[in-house]
Design a binder for this molecule. Structure first.
Ligand code: PRP
Length: 187
């Protein structure tokens, strides 16, 4: 194990099992919602770069329904010019009016990113907007958002890395999710 890792929170097997469950559940829900129309207007899964890439890659393969993929990038805290400001760095390349959108996130922390994104997407008149996040980290939430699908809830304010989540761009490729030692995050 890397020496900055304090402990593993979710193992590779636990993540794989939960992603399979989520994929089945989301697929069943869209089948119910869309019926035969699902092959004409498949849901559009929107992954947020870069953290959600690994989760979306696995989730998409756990969904046995027609599905389209798209990606957006938003700036978040630490890189924004004022607290709470969120900026679109890479937008969608297709119109989404009338489409069923599934936002796929690796983690919801303060909720600022998703509050901004759902507002922005709803203004484009999609048929529906749902959110699926692998981790729902609750202690620092400042915006209330309805999360339709949650992989795991994290009630502690740990700095988490792995399975797409980074610290200074490192650790995204760990196959598990772990808490980083506090000493590692002090500069
Ligand atoms: C992380 C994460 C979410 C956001 C959540 O992204 O992927 O998008 O922060 O935080 P919030 O709920 O407090 O808004 P980050 O900006 O670190 O970029 P990344 O996806 O490239 O890691």
């Amino acid at each position: 194990m890397h020496n900055e890792i304090e402990r593993i929170l979710f193992t590779e097997d636990q993540i794989a099992a939960r992603v399979r469950e989520l994929g089945q559940q989301i697929s069943r829900d869209y089948e119910q919602l869309l019926g035969e129309r699902i092959s004409h207007e498949p849901p559009l899964a929107i992954g947020l770069l870069r953290g959600a890439v690994i989760f979306l890659a696995d989730l998409a393969r756990a969904m046995p329904i027609p599905l389209e993929l798209a990606f957006m990038a938003l700036s978040s805290y630490g890189r924004s010019t004022s607290p709470g400001e969120v900026r679109v760095v890479k937008d969608l390349e297709i119109p989404v009016a009338g489409r069923h959108l599934l936002i796929v996130e690796d983690i919801v922390d303060t909720g600022q990113t998703l509050a901004h994104l759902t507002e922005l997407l709803r203004a484009r008149h999609p048929a529906s907007v749902k959110i699926c996040t692998l981790l729902d980290k609750t202690p620092r939430r400042t915006r209330s958002i309805k999360l339709d699908y949650v992989g795991f809830t994290l009630p502690e304010d740990a700095f988490v890395v792995g399975y797409g989540l980074d610290y200074a761009e490192r650790y995204r490729n760990l196959p598990y999710i772990a808490a980083l030692k506090q000493s590692a995050t002090r500069s």
